[in-house]
Design a protein around this ligand. Structure first.
Ligand code: CS2
Length: 455
């Protein structure tokens, strides 16, 4: 069986397969953090936009920090890859040739050149929640700042830099993080402040890790072996603040929502979808479920998710016109999709970075409204019970510190308080005694359930 290439991606004609049609000629869209999510999301939107408009100047240049092997694989395939979309009634395959090249993070000079090139008009980033916490140690943010400096020297052309990470107000967070890498008061810092746009954006698509069986399933459809394959659910959403100062590939014509304010969308997604996802991941793993769909089918867990969503809804400020009950029902259907093998272990990762975004804001709003956090607070205890049960140091950047606090005791209330101070130093106001007690009770209860289940 042949290997997927750009030429092959354009030529495949098979049922269920959409061939690649973008045929880019030059780079217009640079992406930092070239992983599976980008390929199944922003990369595919750019492919479709170029295919529709015929404007070939929006090719993607990917930059990968963690996966030099991905850069090699993409080079072997001329940048082409497929997105295997797992509908409950069967697979479809979308082929993409929007990517012109993928650079490794070490190729500093080439990255800065690409960022300085005025033909590059949008930059997107998926660098995980963690990278924003400490810009000085974040390679992608340092590459971005170095590239902006070179663009300032060379062309001073406007640019839009779009965070696609699951953080609320991600445009402002990114602007501030980049700002911290520039010399205050310098000509560069004021050019960035005046000319570079940092629109906020909300991204949504469930993208589980690709397995060898997925590569076989895609090959069965296309007749081609694709080592750059990514897998995704049918649903996809991208809401971008309408502040794209240097144009865009025509994303709005292929489903991207350009809106004046993304805050409501971000809140809806983070607080409803991501928070329940975390619940299913931690509780699911503790109850022995390997995948999110199996956890979602567990009646006890389903009930907990519904209770969490009910609670979140009491203080939610969704975007104007949003159908929150419809959104919730769709999220539950998406989690239940049995064709998506999204492991609880994958979603369970990085709790220390996800929890501050997912629950502390809701808890603060609940307290302000005189409501008592219940499931939102329990989630913190569930994460700790998960860490204590599996003790996997790679499952969280703060796992060693948090496990040490768990071991040190002396009791759940003290541990929970110390851990919250570590992961969310700005959330002291939320740590009222009654909230900490709920967190501690959840930790105790989940740990003893887990002990019983394994004994
Ligand atoms: C998940 C998200 O890993 C996680 O914590 O909740 O990656 C989720 O799959 C995406 O945000 C869906 O858009």
């Amino acid at each position: 069986m042949g290997r997927l290439t750009r030429e092959a991606a354009a030529e495949v004609s098979a049922p269920g397969v959409t061939p690649a049609r973008s045929h880019p000629e030059s780079v217009g869209h640079l992406h930092l953090g070239f992983g599976a999510f980008h390929r199944a999301h922003q990369g595919l939107y750019t492919e479709r936009a170029m295919a529709l408009s015929g404007d070939r100047s929006w090719g993607v240049l990917g930059v990968t920090g963690r996966r030099p092997d991905v850069a090699r694989t993409m080079a072997e395939q001329g940048g082409a890859y497929g997105v295997l979309v797992r509908h409950p009634d069967g697979d479809r395959l979308d082929l993409v040739d929007a990517v012109l090249d993928v650079l490794a993070a070490e190729q500093e000079d080439a990255i800065a050149d690409a960022l300085a090139d005025e033909r590059t008009r949008v930059v997107t980033l998926t660098i995980t929640e963690q990278a924003y916490a400490d810009p000085a140690t974040s390679i992608p943010l340092r590459r971005l700042a170095a590239g902006l400096a070179r663009r300032h020297e060379r062309s001073r052309a406007p640019l839009s830099v779009i965070s696609c990470d699951n953080l609320s107000d991600n445009g402002r967070v990114l602007r501030d993080a980049v700002g911290r890498l520039l010399e205050p008061g310098s000509a560069l810092a004021s050019w960035v402040a005046d000319t570079v746009a940092f629109p906020s954006s909300m991204v949504d698509r469930i993208v589980p890790a690709t397995t060898p069986a997925d590569v076989e399933a895609a090959a069965a459809l296309s007749g081609l072996v694709d080592h750059g394959l990514v897998v995704a659910e049918p649903f996809s959403q991208w809401v971008v603040q309408d502040d794209l100062v240097a144009g865009h590939p025509g994303w709005d014509r292929v489903g991207v929502q350009l809106v004046p304010d993304v805050a409501g969308w971000e809140q809806l997604k983070l607080r409803v979808l991501n928070t329940s996802h975390s619940l299913l991941a931690w509780q699911g793993a503790l109850a022995g479920h390997d995948t999110i769909s199996s956890a979602a089918a567990d009646p006890a867990l389903h009930q907990q998710v519904v209770a969490l969503m009910d609670e979140v809804a009491t203080v939610l400020q969704p975007p104007p016109g949003a159908d929150v009950p419809g959104y919730r029902a769709e999220v539950l259907r998406r989690f239940a999709n049995p064709m998506i093998r999204h492991t609880t272990a994958q979603v369970a990762r990085d709790g220390s970075r996800k929890l501050p975004e997912r629950v502390f804001g809701t808890m603060r709003d609940q307290l302000a409204a005189g409501l008592r956090p219940e499931w939102t607070a329990r989630l913190v205890g569930l994460w700790l019970a998960y860490l204590a049960r599996f003790r996997d140091p790679s499952s969280d950047p703060l796992a060693p510190e948090v496990l040490a606090l768990l071991d040190e005791g002396p009791d759940e209330v003290t541990v929970v308080r110390r851990v919250c101070r570590l992961i969310a130093p700005a959330a002291e106001d939320v740590l009222q005694d009654e909230v900490v007690t709920v967190m501690a009770d959840a930790l105790r209860e989940a740990s003893s359930n887990a002990r019983r289940a394994t004994s």
